[in-house]
Design a binder for this molecule. Structure first.
Ligand SMILES: *Cc1c(COP(=O)(O)O)cnc(C)c1O
Length: 219
């Protein structure tokens, strides 16, 4: 169970971390993957409306369990941050507000087909093929162009840092910031529980945080 009080406490600590790093204006996406539907309710009651999910099935079941409960006031804005598969895109297209993990042209085309003019981020692999998703940095501009040609609205870039010490992510985050600036893209979604400071220092406009808000992820 995720208690709203615990989430509110952890949010306070997280906001202090962000402020110390100079990121008090950064948008916080609460990543609820692996946690139950009560995690979404807890995020909403703490004032966090941006909610990130990695798996279509989890998103669907959390959305439907929320809709069967009395409204908490805020409505979630769903961010999809996981691997995109064609048949899954169709199932969640009506729910997703921001597709953060567009890393190949086929996925972009399918999103454009199911959710015309949807807002997307292009995910870039800054971890060098560690299986964390993303297009190779050399493909970023081409994929952004493909998304636009398909009618999608590209608002920025996203990346997952490499495993290991947070400092290891710095050069990749910097590369992402440079690419976004070169392409005139305003949003930079980078930084997770372990490396938000480095991400904010390198210009993140959005961080995606799970365990630092909800505690250890149940397995
Ligand atoms: C799980 C996940 C997060 C959140 O990670 P935490 O370490 O729990 O903060 C952020 N982004 C992506 C893409 C993820 O898969």
């Amino acid at each position: 169970m995720t208690s709203p009080e615990e989430v509110a406490d952890r949010l306070g600590a997280l906001q202090e971390r962000l402020a110390r790093a100079g990121g008090d204006r950064v948008k916080l996406v609460a990543v609820t993957k692996g946690f139950g539907p009560d995690s979404v309710a807890a995020a909403l009651s703490a004032g966090l409306a941006d909610v990130g999910e990695n798996y279509a099935q989890e998103l669907l079941s959390k959305a439907s369990s929320l809709s069967s409960q009395p409204a908490v006031g805020l409505q979630p804005r769903w961010h999809f941050i996981g691997r995109l598969q064609r048949n899954k895109i169709r199932k969640i297209a009506h729910l997703v507000d921001l597709w953060q993990s567009v890393d190949r042209s086929e996925a972009a085309s399918e999103i454009a087909r199911r959710a015309p003019s949807a807002a997307v981020l292009v995910q870039v692999d800054i971890a060098g093929g560690e299986g964390r998703g993303g297009c190779p940095p050399s493909e970023t501009a081409r994929l952004v162009r493909h998304c636009r040609d398909a009618g999608l609205v590209v608002v920025g870039l996203m990346a997952v840092g490499p495993p290991g010490p947070p400092e290891l992510a710095r050069s990749g985050f910097r590369l992402l910031a440079t690419q976004a600036a070169d392409l005139g893209l305003p949003e930079l979604s980078m930084g997770m529980s372990a490396d938000i400071e480095v991400a904010v220092e390198e210009g993140a406009t959005m961080v995606r945080v799970g365990t630092a808000l909800f505690g250890p992820r149940p397995r």
